[in-house]
Design a protein around this ligand. Structure first.
Ligand code: NZQ
Ligand code: ZN
Length: 380
């Protein structure tokens, strides 16, 4: 096991009716930016609950954060935060709203001219950020309990992420009932995203991290077990609660302590979203099996461990096939052709991008532009 430090400062407030708990957790002296997306919270009652909990406070609303939040929208919020002297950001929604809150919180106090540099440098230049709290309405990204954010820039077709210990939410409310209004597509997306988060911290090589392996395998088994019930209508509270907590634990970096990681599917997937607009989870379901087949030898031992412990199967090949079947069981396609995207074109465009950036992916840092193009070509 490699050396590691682990600190997760986010207080989780989990369960039915927990939204009012935010009251005592935002210092009374601070003006609050109430940040949300396209309006789902107005239809499912979450908006009213938040307004109630914020009664008597100075609150400014900012709505319209898009899925795959845009840099341009975030900059508008930064301007308002500065003008109004906002001291706390409350993000209410899915990963996109929470990620936008993190970027805004860092950009407001950023000393450089163009806050895009925060993303270009992966967050290493973030010295300070405003405090943020979240009310999560879509289990998927783990953003409610980590220091990551992913921001898109339409004009250049870029989608970049940053990490900073300064942007962990101070608290996050996880009330599974807020997920009841989710369309099936977003539940499906959330299950696949959480599943792949676990994989990116697990599917490498045996690294003498038996506890982290078992934690990862438990999360995978739990997601597989509850997926049908989580998708079902009428909604089952227990299934949604288990799903919600699993998605948080899948990316609060507990399971990767001291373990090798391979974020290839995410890094390649972000480019598919940037160029073709696919949902984040849709890209992962396409790329992950491709990475596994391309890196078959390097990952074979771990694939066999996963096959045996999670699915009760014998071989690495069977595990790959079974994983794709699992995605299909959720009505999640796993091929570029499904979206009428040319694999040749995607391979050329995205390969070129990684060549320019001189980035190498994978647990051994060996997956370069050529390999990335081959992976995409294999997913026609
Ligand atoms: O905008 P509203 O109207 O709220 O609608 C949203 C949005 O259209 C809707 N929604 C959310 N909660 C709902 C609901 N609709 C009905 N009922 C509810 N309770 O769902 C749509 C998608 O929301 P979004 O926040 O975009 O989805 P998700 O949580 O999957 O976030 C995706 C973004 O997170 C990034 C992705 O790249 C993408 O930009 N990621 C962030 C990570 C992180 N911070 O750690 C890691 C992930 O790997 C990922 O990259
Ligand atoms: Zn993800």
């Amino acid at each position: 096991m490699d050396n590691f430090t682990y600190k997760n400062p986010t207080e989780i407030l989990f369960g039915k009716g927990m939204i009012p708990e935010l009251k005592g957790r935002i210092p009374a002296s601070l003006k609050v930016l109430f940040l949300y997306g396209g309006g789902s919270i107005k239809k499912n009652g979450v908006y009213d609950q938040v307004r109630d909990a914020l009664k008597g406070r100075k609150v400014i609303e900012f709505s319209g954060v898009e899925p795959n939040p845009s840099y341009e929208t975030c900059l508008k919020a930064v301007e308002i935060v500065r003008k109004e002297k906002v001291g706390f950001i409350l993000a209410v929604g899915g990963g996109s709203v929470i990620d936008a809150a993190k970027f805004i919180a860092a950009a407001v106090l950023f000393k450089g001219k163009d806050p895009w540099v925060i993303l270009e440098e992966g967050g290493s230049n973030v010295k300070m950020a405003l405090p943020i709290g979240t009310i999560l309405t879509l289990p998927a990204t783990g953003s409610e309990s980590n220091g990551n954010a992913v921001i898109s820039r339409g004009s250049t077709h870029e989608k970049l992420s940053f990490y900073s210990s300064k942007v962990y939410p101070v608290f996050s409310v996880l009330d599974p009932k807020t997920t009841y209004s989710l369309p099936a597509k977003y539940v499906r997306n959330g299950i696949v995203d959480a599943f792949v988060h676990v994989m990116e911290q697990y599917m490498t090589y045996p690294a003498k991290v038996p506890l982290q392996d078992r934690l990862a395998e438990s999360l995978l088994q739990t997601l597989i077990e509850i997926a049908p019930a989580a998708m079902k209508r009428p909604v089952q509270y227990e299934a949604r609660a288990t799903f919600m907590w699993s998605a948080t634990l899948a990316l609060n970096y507990l399971i990767s302590c001291g373990a090798p990681q391979d974020w290839s599917a995410h890094m390649i997937g972000h480019e598919l979203t940037a160029f073709y607009g696919l949902d984040h989870a849709e890209t992962l379901a396409i790329v992950l099996p491709g990475v596994w087949r391309h890196q078959f030898k390097a990952k074979q031992k771990k694939l066999e461990q996963y096959a045996g412990r999670v699915w009760g199967l014998r071989t690495a090949e069977e595990a790959i096939v079974k994983t794709e079947e699992f995605f299909h069981s959720l009505k999640m396609p796993t091929r570029l052709g499904h979206y009428k995207i040319s694999a040749e074109e995607a391979a050329a465009k995205i390969g070129a991008r990684f060549r320019e950036r001189k980035v190498f992916l994978g647990e051994h840092g060996t997956i370069g532009a050529v390999a990335i193009a081959e992976i995409l070509r294999s997913r026609a």
